[in-house]
Design a protein around this ligand. Structure first.
Ligand code: FSO
Ligand code: SF4
Length: 541
């Protein structure tokens, strides 16, 4: 196996024996082949579109679902991955038969999966290392990983009935381009940036999908304690799954708690009407082994991040959507279908209530609409000097000890600096009680990593209010923690918006070759992190 798609990759080089995330070599092999045949799907579907035959939305969905299933900590189930490969090969075969000619179709579009053994053998020749030139490999990886993030956002929007045909077409066409050996480093670099532009578009789509379905997030205090009834813990990012779970648990005597990224859901008006929507339990994804054990009730993973569950609580873990784990029950249901959560609810009723981890509350809901409602106050605070600077500390959390940097950085920030955050990175400092500036909390949490678009909108609005020509003239610094591939599309989107001098940590991606990293440094001023004190001096003076 060779996987270097996340920040925790072994030795900041690559996982080659087993994943730090727990991914086994066979699973990695299946994922490599799945990506290969999905690129083939991209090639055929794109050719179909040029022959003026509209691409069936089921094909976009297939590509999107495949990409999402290979995101870090999403799917560890070899049977599910093999089923996806077979489905994609069958689709490729059927679509290729409709083309006027199959000339020039890549192996990825033509190859058919006969058996598990054949798939595993195929993986030997189609993984990341099958691209020999290290810069081309690096750029192809950057784009592929960006597409995975884009797919996650497209999938969530689709679940709420919103899609953007331009994004779908771009996704398929770009998958096809990843098979094209004639593309130069310069062309691939341009394609990476174009991916960022489409990243902005898909994030806008998801924002519209979420807010039109559930209302504009509003400032909300979320309880951290527990009640005395059995509970279901819902993790991941999918708001439509949460809605169905809340509907089906109403009046059942079972409470619903959010975990990690689902915390943001408490800020949506549509979910506030559910009295049994209790609060948030636990912290970022990587602490789940202890926290899922003490929760006592069933846990529903709607997206990543799933840590391979211990035997002791595995029978309480349910997966849905792109997530899968062998031995855990999977709840089926495509976009537009109602999922049946009755098995989870029935099990919850037999479980003791959650064990309390902590008390108190945290505040979320500072998405763009809410911050813009406070715009006058914010602008006034900046003009008066009460707020000297904003630091965007969005992104992901992770296990690495070095991530203590982010807690210390937040603690040591001068009191006139406000943190803008989104994603599970916030769990490093959102319970520190950093206070407020004239009533504006010093940690403004826009929501999930999926809501990073909000931070971009806030920056663009401030630019307009202050009459600045360049977003980089704002008093905003970027110190982003990354982990998996949604962070890659957020990064590409920020670059596409013209944001410069982003600091990325705790380590720079292993998939950036020295030359590609150099380009990013030269063109965009991207940098890593150093010590807290040095970075404080560099970022906030
Ligand atoms: Fe975190 Fe996991 Fe949201 Fe990621 S829970 S790490 S970037 O999946 O998606 O921030
Ligand atoms: Fe390693 Fe990350 Fe890949 Fe898992 S997802 S195998 S930890 S690089």
């Amino acid at each position: 196996m060779f996987c270097y798609q996340c920040q925790e990759t072994a030795g900041n080089n690559a996982c080659t024996k087993v994943g730090v995330c727990g991914k086994k070599p066979a699973t990695a092999a299946l994922q490599d082949v799945l990506i290969h045949v999905t690129k083939g799907l991209g090639q055929i579907a794109t050719r179909q579109a040029t022959q003026h035959t509209p691409v069936d939305h089921d094909m976009d969905r297939l590509a999107v679902g495949n990409l999402f299933a290979t995101i870090t900590n999403a799917n560890f189930d070899d049977d599910m991955l093999e089923a996806r490969i077979r489905k994609t090969c069958a689709a490729n075969k059927a679509l290729a038969a409709q083309l006027s000619s199959a000339d020039g179709l890549h192996d990825a579009a033509l190859w058919q999966a006969d058996s598990r053994e054949a798939i595993l053998a195929k993986a030997e020749t189609v993984g990341v290392l099958s691209t020999v030139d290290e810069d081309v490999r690096s750029l192809r990886s950057l784009i592929t990983l960006g597409l995975k993030g884009m797919a996650a956002y497209a999938k969530h929007a689709d679940a709420l009935g919103k899609r953007d045909p331009e994004v779908d077409a771009f996704l398929l066409a770009t998958l096809a381009k990843l098979l094209d050996d004639s593309l130069s480093v310069a062309e691939l670099t341009a394609l990476a940036l174009e991916t960022g532009h489409k990243g902005v578009q898909v994030m806008a789509l998801l924002d519209t999908a979420n807010t039109s379905a559930y209302g504009q997030p509003e400032i909300t205090k979320v309880a951290l304690g527990v009640g005395d009834r059995p509970g279901i813990l819902i993790s991941g990012h999918d708001l439509r799954d949460l809605e169905m779970l809340l509907q089906q648990t109403e009046g059942s005597g079972v409470d619903v708690y959010t975990h990690s990224e689902m915390l943001a859901a408490h800020a949506y008006p549509a979910f506030k009407k559910y009295a049994h929507f209790k609060g948030n339990y636990g912290n970022a994804w990587w602490k789940q082994k202890e926290e899922f054990a003490s929760f006592n009730g069933p846990v529903l993973l709607t997206t990543n991040c799933l840590v391979p569950p211990d035997e002791s609580y595995r029978n309480r873990i349910y997966t849905t959507g792109a997530v899968g784990y062998p031995g855990c029950k999977h709840i089926p249901g495509e976009a537009g279908e109602v999922k049946d959560f009755s098995a989870i609810i029935a099990q919850a009723k037999t479980c003791p209530p959650p064990a309390e981890l902590e008390k108190g509350e945290i505040i979320t809901g500072f998405a763009h609409n809410q911050v813009l409602a406070l715009a006058d106050k914010v602008v006034q605070a900046v003009k008066s000097g009460a707020i000297k600077k904003f630091v965007v500390m969005a992104g992901c959390d992770g296990r690495a000890k070095s991530r203590a940097y982010y807690t210390e950085f937040a603690q040591k920030l001068p009191k006139d600096v406000v943190i803008l955050t989104a994603g599970c990175a916030k769990y490093r400092y959102n319970k520190l009680n950093l206070g407020d500036i004239n009533g504006i909390p010093r940690v403004l949490d826009a929501g999930q990593c999926n809501d990073s678009y909000s931070l971009a909108l806030i920056a663009l609005k401030l630019k307009e209010v202050f009459g600045l020509a360049d977003i980089n003239d704002l008093p905003i610094a970027f110190n982003i923690g990354w982990y998996e591939q949604k962070a890659v599309i957020v990064l590409l989107a920020l670059l596409a918006l013209g944001v410069k001098n982003i600091h990325l940590g705790p380590t720079l991606p292993a998939f950036l070759s020295p030359n590609v990293a150099k380009t990013l440094v030269e063109q965009f001023g991207i940098g890593g992190i150093s010590t807290v004190d040095e970075d404080l001096r560099a970022l906030v003076g």
